[in-house]
Design a protein around this ligand. Structure first.
Ligand code: PLP
Length: 381
């Protein structure tokens, strides 16, 4: 047997397996309400796409700078001023291939194989998978409904050893919960005190209901903030994200970016640039997500699904269904087979306790969410 890397020996992304089943159902002509995928059901604003088409016709679609075009980096810098009232110079902004690319840059440029990074469980599965591929050990902090599925200072104080890094996500995937500004400040202070590199996934900023999520960049200059055009900006397939980096790390990330990907996609950078001018369209999407969330919170308890995350952002509700099953994968398969509703079993997000949880994504249409609730009730009756 020829050599294979142990670092590449990572878990499958179950939600993507599930998507294949959903697609097959569609090909077979069976109806399906898909509450599994973690993506908006609408695309980028049409005027932004039109702008991209113009650029394609008029311009040369060659490589851009490895860390992204100055015009987009400056536009994002202006967004920090408009949205958060915060000065983040364009020099600290790097354009990446989705948030996924930003995690790769962070882990490869700021950590060494053997290092440890703490993160919440449940959490986005790619965190631990990319860490593992980089030879980093994820330290999973078991959070609960009682701690809002977010790591607290008490959790950090209880760790067996001080990790090299801490990765937080607010709003979180899969729970939609938000870390409040004062807690963010405390987490930053704890990291500073213990020399821990803080990484903040702020991918779902903009997709928040009622309250804005605060950026960690307000409290900490050394933090790495990861963001993306995939969620609020509804540009999932365009594969574009960004990161705010500490000043002293730009050169090493630039060198890594040049060699790993040469540059982020040029067309996507043009479209993303124009998206900022059409936040009215994007905010309408968010209003629909909120209406969908309200329906789920009203209807799921009637079906017996009562232990719900306190979702304040992203388009996910995380439900503890331990009162119904100990096998969320079989349960989700049954729901799909019998009622044509796809949800994600929690095992993607929490390797040890996910067999008792599911994630519902409510980025689809309101009619679909209503119908899904009726079907879930029928399935459980
Ligand atoms: C919390 C979180 N981080 C990162 C990503 C990856 O996003 P991107 O499409 O920007 O690579 C996702 C995708 O679902 C996510 O939910």
């Amino acid at each position: 047997m020829l050599k294979l890397s142990q670092n590449g020996d990572i878990h499958t992304f179950r939600v993507l397996d599930l998507l294949q089943k959903v697609n097959q159902r569609k090909i077979d002509g069976q109806d399906v309400i898909n509450m599994a995928p973690g993506q908006p059901s609408d695309g980028a604003p049409i005027p932004a796409i039109d702008y991209g088409i113009e650029q394609m016709k008029n311009g040369f679609m060659g490589y851009t700078e490895a860390i992204g075009t100055p015009f987009l980096r400056q536009r994002i810098s202006a967004w920090y001023k408009d949205y958060y009232d915060l000065e983040i110079p364009a020099e600290r902004i790097v354009i990446t291939i989705g948030a996924s690319g930003a995690f790769l840059y962070t882990f490869m440029s700021m950590f060494d194989p053997g290092d440890k990074i703490a993160m919440a469980a449940p959490g986005y599965p790619a965190y631990r998978n990319i860490m593992k591929a980089c030879g980093i050990t994820p330290i999973e902090i078991e959070t609960t409904l009682q701690t809002n599925y977010q790591p607290t200072i008490a959790h950090l104080e209880e760790l067996d050893e001080i990790p090299d890094g801490l990765l937080i996500a607010s709003p979180s995937n899969p729970t939609g919960t938000i870390i409040q500004p004062e807690e963010l400040e405390q987490i930053c202070a704890w990291c500073r005190k213990h020399g821990v590199r803080l990484i903040a996934d702020e991918l779902y900023h903009g997709v928040t209901f009622g309250e804005k999520a605060e950026t960690v960049a307000r409290y900490c200059k050394d933090v790495v903030v990861v963001n993306s055009f995939s969620k609020y900006f509804a540009m999932t397939g365009w594969r574009l994200g960004w990161m705010v980096i500490p000043e002293n790390t730009t050169h090493r990330i630039k060198c890594l970016a040049e060699s790993l990907f040469v540059a982020p996609p040029t067309l996507a950078q043009h479209v993303a640039f124009k998206c900022f001018d059409h936040t009215d369209i994007l905010d309408d999407y968010v209003a629909r997500y909120q209406a969908n969330l309200d329906i789920l919170k009203e209807e799921l308890p009637k079906a017996g699904i009562t232990n719900l995350s306190d979702t304040r952002g992203a388009f996910y509700l995380y439900a503890d269904i331990s009162n119904i099953t100990n096998n969320s994968e079989m349960w989700a398969k049954g729901l799909l087979d019998q009622e044509g509703v796809a949800v994600t079993p929690g095992t993607d997000f929490d390797l040890t306790r996910g067999h008792q949880t599911i994630r519902l994504s409510f980025a689809g249409s309101t009619e679909e969410v209503r119908e899904a609730c009726a079907r879930i009730k029928r399935f459980l009756s």
